[in-house]
Write a protein that binds this ligand. Structure first.
Ligand code: KG4
Ligand code: ZN
Length: 335
């Protein structure tokens, strides 16, 4: 029973990250170089700038992760890297770094799906119990994923337009808040009351899909109309009302699906999992399912990081799944 050491690499969006994880459970290092400051003045991630930053940072970040972990390349069992989805130019930097390292040190190469990584971040908090349901909410994704065993992902619901985090960021921008706006809306929401009536997109009966663009438009229209009339909408009340709508739909559909699919565990994943309103509302609603365990990772494991990629990579490694040096970045990789 040998210990397994996996180096994870993640460059799908605007964080250059590397981490070493032991046995898929113990984080030995978790280094994240954020580019947020460089993208802020553009109000979103600029792909070309992201790629350049990754190129500048990747070697340093990997070295730092190896040093902090106190593991040599010879001591590794595999190199795992996010192969998609994400920005292709950004993904390529991580994929090429991983391929070079795997080739140079004769290590197995593992391609990891970014969403699988977000879900597997939970394994650093609690042992996964199948069947389970994961709500993945980030800047690029809003998905309900049913898993009946390791490595088996069934997307039972997804967004038809904006991702939850994307809606947060767009509404924040309209309220004059800096990018990324999610945390700012979260903070304002706690100072206000959800008194503004905003739509909730439930979609067809029984659907676990999501839609946030109508809600976003409703907020933008309300702000625009108020301005035309020379009136002022309290941003705290707008933030609270917007958040109430998003959280209501996310939590209701998640718990409904957890019931229908008779899961043993519900996992929360992705950057929006940091949202205090969402965490509290999900915890509360899960009281309807006292036998189902709710797992919510700490903040540092919710936003993009490489420890989650190393964990998912470890599971694939243990299942004997390997990529070869033809591994390519795939911006629309299916789960
Ligand atoms: O997972 P993540 O770091 O990157 C992606 O893979 O997209 O998620 C980033 C998203 C951003 O849209 C950000 O505004 C949102 O997560 N976010 C939040 C909060 N913290 C981060 N949204 C709502 N409330 C928060 N507290
Ligand atoms: Zn992500």
């Amino acid at each position: 029973n040998e210990d397994v050491y996996v180096l994870g690499i993640e460059t799908s969006c605007d964080e250059t990250a590397a981490a070493v994880v032991k046995n898929g459970r113990e984080v030995l290092s978790n280094v994240v170089a954020s580019q947020m400051e460089s993208h802020r003045r553009f109000g979103g991630v600029v792909p070309e700038i992201a790629s350049r930053h990754h190129v500048e940072q990747i070697t340093l970040v990997i070295e730092e992760a190896m040093q902090q972990a106190g593991v040599s390349f010879a001591g590794l069992d595999a190199v795992a890297v996010t192969a998609g989805p994400g920005l292709v130019g950004a993904l390529l930097v991580g994929v090429n770094a991983a391929k070079a390292l795997a080739f140079a040190h004769g290590l197995p190469l593992i391609g990891v799906h970014h969403i699988a990584g977000h879900i597997y971040a939970n394994q650093l908090v609690a042992e996964m119990k199948f069947p389970l349901l994961a709500l993945v909410v980030s800047g690029g994704h809003t998905e309900l994923v049913f898993m009946k065993e390791h490595g088996n992902f069934a997307v039972i619901g997804e967004t038809r337009d904006d991702a939850a985090g994307e809606a947060y960021d767009k509404v924040a921008r309209a309220l004059g808040l800096p990018y990324p706006g999610g945390p700012h809306i979260d903070r304002l929401a706690h100072e206000g009351e959800p008194v503004i009536d905003l739509p909730r997109a439930w979609l067809e009966e029984g659907s676990y899909d999501f839609s946030f663009s109508g809600l976003k438009s409703a907020v933008l229209n309300a702000l625009h109309n108020a301005k035309q009339r020379g009136e002022e909408i309290d941003p705290r009340q707008m933030a609270a009302s917007f958040q109430a709508s998003v959280v209501d739909v996310l939590v209701t559909k998640t718990v409904q699906a957890a019931k229908e699919y008779r899961v043993r565990q519900v996992l929360l994943a992705g950057g929006v999992a940091a949202n205090r309103g969402l965490r509290a509302a999900l915890q509360d609603k899960m009281k309807e399912l006292p036998d189902v365990e709710l797992v919510i990772p700490p903040l540092s494991l919710c936003t993009d990081n490489a420890a989650m990629i190393a964990v998912a990579g470890t599971v694939l490694y243990q299942q004997g799944k390997r990529a070869d040096l033809a591994l390519n970045a795939n911006p629309s990789l299916p789960l």
